[in-house]
Design a protein around this ligand. Structure first.
Ligand code: C2E
Ligand code: MG
Ligand code: MG
Ligand code: MG
Length: 297
Protein backbone atom coordinates (compact mmCIF):
# COMPACT_ATOMS: atom_id res chain seq x y z
CA UNK A 1 0.00 0.00 0.00
CA UNK A 2 1.38 3.38 -1.02
CA UNK A 3 0.94 6.16 1.49
CA UNK A 4 1.10 9.54 -0.20
CA UNK A 5 2.10 12.75 1.41
CA UNK A 6 0.24 16.03 1.11
CA UNK A 7 -3.44 16.15 0.33
CA UNK A 8 -3.79 12.45 -0.41
CA UNK A 9 -2.00 11.68 2.80
CA UNK A 10 -4.58 13.73 4.62
CA UNK A 11 -7.40 11.95 2.84
CA UNK A 12 -5.89 8.63 3.80
CA UNK A 13 -5.55 9.77 7.39
CA UNK A 14 -9.07 11.21 7.55
CA UNK A 15 -10.61 8.08 6.08
CA UNK A 16 -8.97 5.73 8.51
CA UNK A 17 -9.74 8.00 11.43
CA UNK A 18 -13.35 8.22 10.37
CA UNK A 19 -13.48 4.46 10.00
CA UNK A 20 -12.09 4.06 13.47
CA UNK A 21 -14.60 6.45 14.96
CA UNK A 22 -17.42 4.68 13.16
CA UNK A 23 -16.20 1.28 14.32
CA UNK A 24 -15.91 2.50 17.89
CA UNK A 25 -19.43 3.89 17.75
CA UNK A 26 -21.00 0.71 16.38
CA UNK A 27 -19.06 -1.46 18.83
CA UNK A 28 -20.19 0.78 21.68
CA UNK A 29 -23.83 0.55 20.62
CA UNK A 30 -23.61 -3.18 19.90
CA UNK A 31 -21.97 -4.02 23.22
CA UNK A 32 -24.79 -2.33 25.10
CA UNK A 33 -27.15 -5.02 23.78
CA UNK A 34 -24.75 -7.94 23.51
CA UNK A 35 -25.77 -9.59 26.78
CA UNK A 36 -29.54 -9.51 26.27
CA UNK A 37 -29.14 -10.54 22.64
CA UNK A 38 -27.16 -13.60 23.70
CA UNK A 39 -24.20 -12.71 21.52
CA UNK A 40 -21.51 -13.46 24.11
CA UNK A 41 -19.91 -16.82 24.63
CA UNK A 42 -17.08 -17.99 26.89
CA UNK A 43 -14.17 -20.08 25.63
CA UNK A 44 -11.95 -22.13 27.92
CA UNK A 45 -8.24 -22.75 27.33
CA UNK A 46 -6.48 -25.43 29.38
CA UNK A 47 -3.47 -24.57 31.54
CA UNK A 48 -1.19 -27.52 32.22
CA UNK A 49 1.65 -28.45 34.54
CA UNK A 50 4.98 -28.00 32.73
CA UNK A 51 6.44 -31.23 34.15
CA UNK A 52 3.56 -33.69 34.11
CA UNK A 53 1.19 -32.24 31.52
CA UNK A 54 -1.69 -32.51 33.97
CA UNK A 55 -4.47 -29.98 33.47
CA UNK A 56 -4.41 -27.62 36.44
CA UNK A 57 -6.75 -24.92 35.24
CA UNK A 58 -8.56 -23.18 32.41
CA UNK A 59 -8.73 -19.53 31.40
CA UNK A 60 -12.08 -18.12 30.40
CA UNK A 61 -11.72 -15.97 27.26
CA UNK A 62 -14.69 -13.96 26.08
CA UNK A 63 -16.02 -14.15 22.50
CA UNK A 64 -18.55 -11.80 20.90
CA UNK A 65 -20.66 -12.66 17.86
CA UNK A 66 -22.69 -9.63 16.76
CA UNK A 67 -24.92 -10.10 13.65
CA UNK A 68 -22.21 -8.72 11.33
CA UNK A 69 -19.68 -11.39 12.37
CA UNK A 70 -17.21 -12.13 15.18
CA UNK A 71 -15.27 -9.23 16.71
CA UNK A 72 -12.02 -9.98 18.55
CA UNK A 73 -11.65 -9.16 22.26
CA UNK A 74 -8.46 -7.31 21.31
CA UNK A 75 -10.82 -4.79 19.66
CA UNK A 76 -13.96 -4.78 21.81
CA UNK A 77 -12.41 -5.09 25.30
CA UNK A 78 -10.45 -1.80 25.07
CA UNK A 79 -13.59 -0.05 23.76
CA UNK A 80 -15.69 -1.60 26.53
CA UNK A 81 -13.13 -0.34 29.04
CA UNK A 82 -13.29 3.17 27.62
CA UNK A 83 -17.09 3.37 27.64
CA UNK A 84 -17.59 1.56 30.94
CA UNK A 85 -19.50 -1.30 29.28
CA UNK A 86 -16.83 -3.60 30.74
CA UNK A 87 -18.48 -3.34 34.15
CA UNK A 88 -21.63 -5.19 33.02
CA UNK A 89 -19.65 -7.50 30.70
CA UNK A 90 -17.25 -8.27 33.54
CA UNK A 91 -20.06 -9.35 35.84
CA UNK A 92 -21.48 -11.56 33.09
CA UNK A 93 -18.04 -13.11 32.54
CA UNK A 94 -17.46 -13.64 36.26
CA UNK A 95 -20.84 -15.37 36.57
CA UNK A 96 -19.90 -17.69 33.69
CA UNK A 97 -16.62 -18.59 35.39
CA UNK A 98 -18.41 -19.28 38.68
CA UNK A 99 -21.10 -21.35 37.00
CA UNK A 100 -18.46 -23.41 35.20
CA UNK A 101 -16.49 -23.88 38.43
CA UNK A 102 -19.60 -25.26 40.14
CA UNK A 103 -20.63 -27.47 37.19
CA UNK A 104 -17.16 -28.86 36.62
CA UNK A 105 -16.61 -29.68 40.28
CA UNK A 106 -19.94 -31.50 40.34
CA UNK A 107 -19.08 -33.30 37.10
CA UNK A 108 -15.49 -34.28 37.90
CA UNK A 109 -15.25 -33.89 41.71
CA UNK A 110 -11.59 -34.18 42.83
CA UNK A 111 -10.35 -34.52 39.28
CA UNK A 112 -11.82 -31.17 38.18
CA UNK A 113 -9.27 -28.54 37.07
CA UNK A 114 -7.96 -26.87 40.24
CA UNK A 115 -8.99 -23.41 39.13
CA UNK A 116 -10.76 -21.27 36.55
CA UNK A 117 -9.03 -18.09 35.54
CA UNK A 118 -11.00 -14.98 34.66
CA UNK A 119 -9.76 -11.65 33.31
CA UNK A 120 -10.62 -8.52 35.28
CA UNK A 121 -9.89 -5.09 33.85
CA UNK A 122 -8.70 -1.95 35.65
CA UNK A 123 -12.02 -0.24 35.05
CA UNK A 124 -13.78 -2.98 37.05
CA UNK A 125 -11.41 -2.52 39.99
CA UNK A 126 -12.39 1.14 40.22
CA UNK A 127 -16.06 0.18 40.59
CA UNK A 128 -16.91 0.62 44.27
CA UNK A 129 -19.35 -2.31 44.34
CA UNK A 130 -17.04 -4.86 42.67
CA UNK A 131 -16.20 -6.98 45.73
CA UNK A 132 -19.85 -7.01 46.85
CA UNK A 133 -21.07 -7.92 43.36
CA UNK A 134 -18.54 -10.75 43.09
CA UNK A 135 -19.44 -12.01 46.56
CA UNK A 136 -23.10 -12.08 45.55
CA UNK A 137 -22.36 -14.03 42.36
CA UNK A 138 -20.20 -16.50 44.29
CA UNK A 139 -23.12 -17.12 46.66
CA UNK A 140 -25.71 -17.41 43.89
CA UNK A 141 -23.70 -19.87 41.82
CA UNK A 142 -22.24 -21.90 44.66
CA UNK A 143 -18.73 -21.50 43.23
CA UNK A 144 -15.74 -22.18 45.47
CA UNK A 145 -13.84 -18.86 45.62
CA UNK A 146 -10.52 -20.68 46.23
CA UNK A 147 -10.88 -22.14 42.76
CA UNK A 148 -11.31 -18.78 41.03
CA UNK A 149 -8.15 -17.00 39.85
CA UNK A 150 -8.54 -13.32 38.93
CA UNK A 151 -6.16 -12.20 36.16
CA UNK A 152 -5.27 -8.53 36.18
CA UNK A 153 -2.73 -7.07 33.78
CA UNK A 154 0.47 -5.67 35.21
CA UNK A 155 -0.28 -2.29 33.66
CA UNK A 156 -3.71 -1.96 35.29
CA UNK A 157 -2.44 -3.22 38.64
CA UNK A 158 0.20 -0.56 38.90
CA UNK A 159 -2.00 2.23 37.50
CA UNK A 160 -3.90 2.96 40.71
CA UNK A 161 -1.98 1.01 43.27
CA UNK A 162 -3.63 2.34 46.42
CA UNK A 163 -7.18 1.63 45.30
CA UNK A 164 -6.17 -1.71 43.78
CA UNK A 165 -4.46 -2.78 46.96
CA UNK A 166 -7.68 -2.17 48.89
CA UNK A 167 -9.94 -3.88 46.35
CA UNK A 168 -7.66 -6.88 45.83
CA UNK A 169 -7.42 -7.38 49.56
CA UNK A 170 -11.23 -7.56 49.73
CA UNK A 171 -11.31 -10.03 46.85
CA UNK A 172 -8.55 -12.08 48.48
CA UNK A 173 -10.53 -12.02 51.74
CA UNK A 174 -13.38 -13.68 49.85
CA UNK A 175 -10.92 -16.51 49.17
CA UNK A 176 -10.03 -15.82 45.55
CA UNK A 177 -6.49 -15.88 44.14
CA UNK A 178 -4.90 -13.17 42.02
CA UNK A 179 -2.61 -13.45 38.97
CA UNK A 180 -0.62 -10.68 37.31
CA UNK A 181 -1.38 -11.05 33.58
CA UNK A 182 0.97 -10.05 30.75
CA UNK A 183 3.81 -9.80 33.23
CA UNK A 184 6.94 -8.15 31.89
CA UNK A 185 5.14 -5.66 29.64
CA UNK A 186 4.36 -3.09 32.35
CA UNK A 187 6.57 -1.40 34.86
CA UNK A 188 6.08 -3.15 38.17
CA UNK A 189 7.75 -1.73 41.15
CA UNK A 190 8.93 -4.86 42.91
CA UNK A 191 8.21 -3.19 46.24
CA UNK A 192 4.60 -2.66 45.16
CA UNK A 193 4.34 -6.23 43.91
CA UNK A 194 5.18 -7.58 47.36
CA UNK A 195 2.47 -5.40 48.93
CA UNK A 196 -0.27 -6.82 46.69
CA UNK A 197 -2.05 -10.10 47.51
CA UNK A 198 -0.72 -11.82 44.38
CA UNK A 199 -0.31 -15.59 43.95
CA UNK A 200 0.59 -16.11 40.29
CA UNK A 201 2.60 -14.38 37.55
CA UNK A 202 1.73 -14.95 33.89
CA UNK A 203 4.68 -14.31 31.58
CA UNK A 204 3.53 -12.37 28.54
CA UNK A 205 3.49 -14.15 25.19
CA UNK A 206 5.97 -11.61 23.83
CA UNK A 207 8.73 -13.19 25.94
CA UNK A 208 7.77 -16.77 25.19
CA UNK A 209 7.85 -15.95 21.50
CA UNK A 210 11.42 -16.52 20.32
CA UNK A 211 12.62 -17.97 23.63
CA UNK A 212 14.14 -20.87 21.64
CA UNK A 213 16.19 -18.57 19.45
CA UNK A 214 16.63 -15.22 21.19
CA UNK A 215 18.95 -15.20 24.15
CA UNK A 216 17.51 -11.89 25.42
CA UNK A 217 14.06 -13.44 25.76
CA UNK A 218 15.58 -16.43 27.50
CA UNK A 219 17.31 -14.06 29.92
CA UNK A 220 14.05 -12.23 30.63
CA UNK A 221 12.27 -15.50 31.31
CA UNK A 222 15.07 -16.68 33.57
CA UNK A 223 14.82 -13.43 35.53
CA UNK A 224 11.03 -13.76 35.88
CA UNK A 225 11.38 -17.37 37.06
CA UNK A 226 13.87 -16.20 39.69
CA UNK A 227 11.58 -13.38 40.77
CA UNK A 228 8.58 -15.71 41.10
CA UNK A 229 10.64 -18.14 43.19
CA UNK A 230 11.94 -15.39 45.46
CA UNK A 231 8.42 -14.09 46.05
CA UNK A 232 6.86 -17.55 46.40
CA UNK A 233 4.61 -17.12 43.35
CA UNK A 234 3.52 -19.70 40.80
CA UNK A 235 4.47 -18.99 37.21
CA UNK A 236 2.42 -19.53 34.04
CA UNK A 237 3.85 -19.00 30.54
CA UNK A 238 1.24 -18.05 27.94
CA UNK A 239 1.36 -18.38 24.18
CA UNK A 240 3.42 -21.59 24.11
CA UNK A 241 3.18 -22.77 20.52
CA UNK A 242 5.94 -25.32 20.04
CA UNK A 243 7.91 -28.02 21.81
CA UNK A 244 11.17 -26.06 21.80
CA UNK A 245 9.48 -23.32 23.83
CA UNK A 246 8.00 -25.87 26.18
CA UNK A 247 11.35 -27.57 26.80
CA UNK A 248 13.09 -24.25 27.33
CA UNK A 249 10.48 -23.04 29.83
CA UNK A 250 10.49 -26.33 31.62
CA UNK A 251 14.26 -26.28 31.93
CA UNK A 252 14.07 -22.77 33.39
CA UNK A 253 11.64 -24.03 36.02
CA UNK A 254 8.36 -22.50 34.84
CA UNK A 255 5.43 -24.17 36.67
CA UNK A 256 2.55 -24.02 34.19
CA UNK A 257 2.07 -23.69 30.46
CA UNK A 258 -0.78 -22.33 28.32
CA UNK A 259 -0.86 -22.12 24.53
CA UNK A 260 -1.81 -23.50 21.16
CA UNK A 261 0.71 -26.32 21.61
CA UNK A 262 -1.80 -27.96 23.92
CA UNK A 263 -5.05 -26.44 22.86
CA UNK A 264 -6.80 -23.36 21.58
CA UNK A 265 -9.61 -21.91 23.67
CA UNK A 266 -12.63 -24.21 23.32
CA UNK A 267 -16.39 -23.91 23.69
CA UNK A 268 -17.42 -25.42 27.00
CA UNK A 269 -19.09 -28.59 25.62
CA UNK A 270 -15.99 -29.22 23.49
CA UNK A 271 -13.72 -28.67 26.49
CA UNK A 272 -15.73 -31.20 28.49
CA UNK A 273 -15.71 -33.67 25.61
CA UNK A 274 -12.04 -33.29 24.88
CA UNK A 275 -10.69 -33.43 28.45
CA UNK A 276 -13.11 -35.57 30.47
CA UNK A 277 -11.14 -38.74 29.94
CA UNK A 278 -7.80 -37.11 30.74
CA UNK A 279 -9.10 -35.41 33.86
CA UNK A 280 -10.44 -38.69 35.19
CA UNK A 281 -7.26 -40.58 34.30
CA UNK A 282 -4.96 -38.02 35.87
CA UNK A 283 -6.75 -38.25 39.20
CA UNK A 284 -6.17 -42.00 39.49
CA UNK A 285 -3.77 -42.70 42.31
CA UNK A 286 -0.42 -43.84 40.99
CA UNK A 287 -1.33 -43.16 37.37
CA UNK A 288 1.67 -42.20 35.25
CA UNK A 289 1.57 -38.55 34.30
CA UNK A 290 1.03 -38.32 30.54
CA UNK A 291 3.94 -37.37 28.32
CA UNK A 292 1.84 -34.49 27.26
CA UNK A 293 3.83 -33.31 24.30
CA UNK A 294 3.08 -36.62 22.67
CA UNK A 295 -0.57 -36.52 23.58
CA UNK A 296 -1.65 -32.96 22.91
CA UNK A 297 0.13 -32.08 19.68
P1 C2E B 1 -4.96 -12.53 27.83
O1 C2E B 1 -5.77 -12.51 29.06
O2 C2E B 1 -3.50 -12.31 27.98
O3 C2E B 1 -5.29 -13.92 27.13
C1 C2E B 1 -4.39 -14.65 26.36
C2 C2E B 1 -4.63 -14.45 24.88
O4 C2E B 1 -3.67 -15.20 24.15
C3 C2E B 1 -5.99 -14.94 24.39
O5 C2E B 1 -6.38 -14.11 23.31
C4 C2E B 1 -5.66 -16.35 23.89
O6 C2E B 1 -6.61 -16.84 22.96
C5 C2E B 1 -4.33 -16.09 23.25
N1 C2E B 1 -3.49 -17.29 23.14
C6 C2E B 1 -3.47 -18.39 23.93
N2 C2E B 1 -2.53 -19.27 23.53
C7 C2E B 1 -1.93 -18.70 22.46
C8 C2E B 1 -0.86 -19.12 21.60
O7 C2E B 1 -0.26 -20.19 21.75
N3 C2E B 1 -0.50 -18.27 20.59
C9 C2E B 1 -1.13 -17.08 20.40
N4 C2E B 1 -0.74 -16.32 19.38
N5 C2E B 1 -2.15 -16.65 21.20
C10 C2E B 1 -2.53 -17.46 22.22
P2 C2E B 1 -7.88 -13.58 23.15
O8 C2E B 1 -8.83 -14.65 23.57
O9 C2E B 1 -8.00 -13.00 21.78
O10 C2E B 1 -7.96 -12.41 24.21
C11 C2E B 1 -7.15 -11.27 24.09
C12 C2E B 1 -7.18 -10.44 25.34
O11 C2E B 1 -8.48 -9.89 25.55
C13 C2E B 1 -6.88 -11.23 26.62
O12 C2E B 1 -5.48 -11.41 26.79
C14 C2E B 1 -7.50 -10.31 27.66
O13 C2E B 1 -6.62 -9.26 27.96
C15 C2E B 1 -8.70 -9.77 26.92
N6 C2E B 1 -9.89 -10.55 27.32
C16 C2E B 1 -10.40 -11.68 26.81
N7 C2E B 1 -11.50 -12.07 27.47
C17 C2E B 1 -11.69 -11.15 28.45
C18 C2E B 1 -12.67 -10.97 29.49
O14 C2E B 1 -13.57 -11.80 29.69
N8 C2E B 1 -12.52 -9.86 30.28
C19 C2E B 1 -11.51 -8.95 30.13
N9 C2E B 1 -11.44 -7.89 30.95
N10 C2E B 1 -10.57 -9.10 29.17
C20 C2E B 1 -10.67 -10.17 28.35
MG1 MG C 1 -5.56 -13.45 30.84
MG1 MG D 1 -1.99 -12.56 29.17
MG1 MG E 1 -2.62 -10.41 26.77
Amino acid sequence: EVKQKGRDGWHFFNDSLEQKVRQRLSVTQGLRLAIERNELSPRFQPIVCADSGRIVGAELLLRWFPPEGEISPAIFIPIAEMTGAIVALGLWVFRQACRAEFDWRRRWSESAPAYISVNVSARQLSEQSLAEDFAEILRETGADPRRILLEITETSLMADIDNNLRVLQRLADLGMRVAVDDFGTGYSSLAQLTRLPVNVLKIDRAFVDGIETQSENRAVNRAIVGLARALGLKLVAEGVENIEQLLELRALGCDYIQGYLFHRPLEEPMFIDRFSHELQEQSLVGAEPPLFFLIYV
